[in-house]
Design a protein around this ligand. Structure first.
Ligand SMILES: [Zn+2]
Ligand SMILES: [Zn+2]
Ligand SMILES: [Zn+2]
Length: 454
């Protein structure tokens, strides 16, 4: 519409007034409605604002990861409305994750700050996110709809109604789509860096393969449910604003999938959408150029209290009262019998990542007999100073690997796997390889690990 929110008031404000209007009893006993006072309007506005904030955090904001989807730039190449009028565009986003669906309509503004939009306008960037686990598949469907043929109050109502219908439709699709995603990435395994390799080795084919499976489901949903719903929404309120042609309807719709353990690097998408134009009075089909960014932020879980033992040089957990069993030989001066000695911490407090999809080697575990970190990836469990092989307990650690000598990684280098006892030990001492429970010093093999300390 050409008369913008400056005259009609923003949709949010109209809703607020509606909400806070209170009933009262007239002297003659009939019920009337009282207009809200200014302070009531403000109080309600604050409440509404708080609620929107809470919703957008999508439940608990604990120590978890996030999937962030940004519309960096939306450029209206050709508007949906006819040339005598303008667009009022609503971005309807629906996020699906596990058994939850979260949706919201957002009224878009151009960079000048107005919701009255014309061909050539560039819209203000918009971003939303959900809080999730690293392994969750997250699907975002988004539709841009023009509702300018309604007045502002009706636009808000129509957009809310549409977004609810999308949410109801997408929920069951998510379950099928998530299964397809899991099948697609199963080769790498979700707990391993396999997905990272899949991305590094050619992210596009993997995404394409998933898109063809999931896309069919979503396309069908749009064709069978969402597009009819949109048509209903666009035509529901018979009285159009100022008798203008009905140019309400879809500008574009699409979706993105955040894969489980998707790398944290930004994924940029640039597309030009051509939307449908069913009413010939509204002119050419709408064209919109959109730059988007997908960003997955991992929940990096770490455990502190890992220390270097000054005697045997292995990495052990220092968080318990008992400090495990060291390979240091100590003989009773009286009976000459061998005595068990606990590890003795020195230097830094290491913070080691577990259960996270970082690039590194998995299968590292805590031994509940000697308290050392050992590689549980072999059938043979090495040699434990407490006797027998090591015994795994607790978290599954993934240790960061130094890929090349020139790579700059913060942390301490020279941490290695001992091929005799299978423990993680520091190979950084110039004159000693520590004490291996197998006898002699440790013998390094395989990767060079670089570990963070506090
Ligand atoms: Zn020790
Ligand atoms: Zn052990
Ligand atoms: Zn060893």
């Amino acid at each position: 519409m050409d008369v913008g929110p400056e005259l009609g008031g923003t949709p949010a404000r109209l809703l607020l007034v509606k909400l806070v209007r209170t009933r009262y009893q007239r002297r003659d006993g009939t019920l009337g409605q009282r207009e809200p006072t200014r302070s009531q309007v403000i109080a309600q506005k604050v409440k509404m604002h708080q609620r929107l904030q809470t919703i957008s955090l999508f439940a608990q904001e604990g120590k978890m990861g996030k999937c962030i989807f940004s519309f960096d730039k939306i450029e209206i190449l050709n508007q949906k409305s006819d040339t005598n009028h303008s667009d009022n565009d609503w971005l309807c986003m629906t996020w699906s994750i596990n058994d939850k669906v979260y949706s919201k309509p957002v009224s878009l503004r151009n960079v000048a700050g107005t919701q009255v939009l014309h061909s050539g306008d560039v819209l203000s960037p918009f971003q939303d996110y959900v809080v999730c686990e690293n392994t969750d598949t997250v699907i975002v469907t988004y539709s841009l709809i023009n509702l300018s043929s309604y007045d502002w109050g009706k636009q808000a109502e129509a957009a809310a109604d549409f977004v609810k219908k999308v949410a109801d439709t997408v929920a069951p699709i998510y379950l099928k789509a998530a299964v397809a995603v899991l099948a697609g990435v199963a080769t790498g395994g979700l707990g391993t860096p396999g997905i990272i390799q899949a991305f590094a080795g050619g992210s596009v084919p993997l995404l394409d393969a998933l898109s063809s499976k999931v896309g069919e489901l979503i396309d069908t949903a749009f064709d069978e449910v969402i597009t009819p719903a949109l048509k209903w929404v666009a035509e529901f309120f018979g009285d159009l604003f100022g008798g203008q042609p009905n140019c309400n309807g879809e500008v574009f719709n699409d979706y993105v999938i955040f894969l489980p353990n998707q790398p944290q690097s930004d994924l940029h998408i640039s597309k030009t959408y051509e939307g449908p134009q069913t009413n010939s009075s509204c002119g050419d089909t709408p064209h919109t150029k959109v730059d988007m960014t997908m960003h997955r932020e991992w929940d990096l879980k770490t455990q502190a209290d890992w220390r270097l033992c000054q005697h045997c040089h292995v990495m052990f957990f220092n968080g318990y009262d008992k400090k495990g069993v060291c390979a240091l030989h100590w003989v009773s001066p009286i009976t000459h019998a061998p005595l068990q000695v606990a590890h003795t911490a020195m230097d830094f407090d290491f913070v080691l990542p577990y259960g996270t999809p970082i690039a590194g080697q998995s299968d590292w575990r805590f031994c509940n007999k000697c308290n050392a970190m050992f590689d549980d990836g072999y059938p043979d469990k090495g040699v434990c100073p407490a006797g027998g092989g090591h015994m795994a307990e607790g978290y599954h650690f993934v240790l960061p690997v130094a890929h090349s000598p020139v790579e700059i990684i913060s942390g301490q280098a020279n941490w290695r796997f001992c091929n005799k006892c299978h423990a993680l030990f520091s190979d950084g001492f110039p004159t000693s390889n520590g004490i291996c429970p197998q006898g002699g010093g440790h013998v390094a093999e395989g990767y060079h690990f670089v570990l963070q300390n506090q």
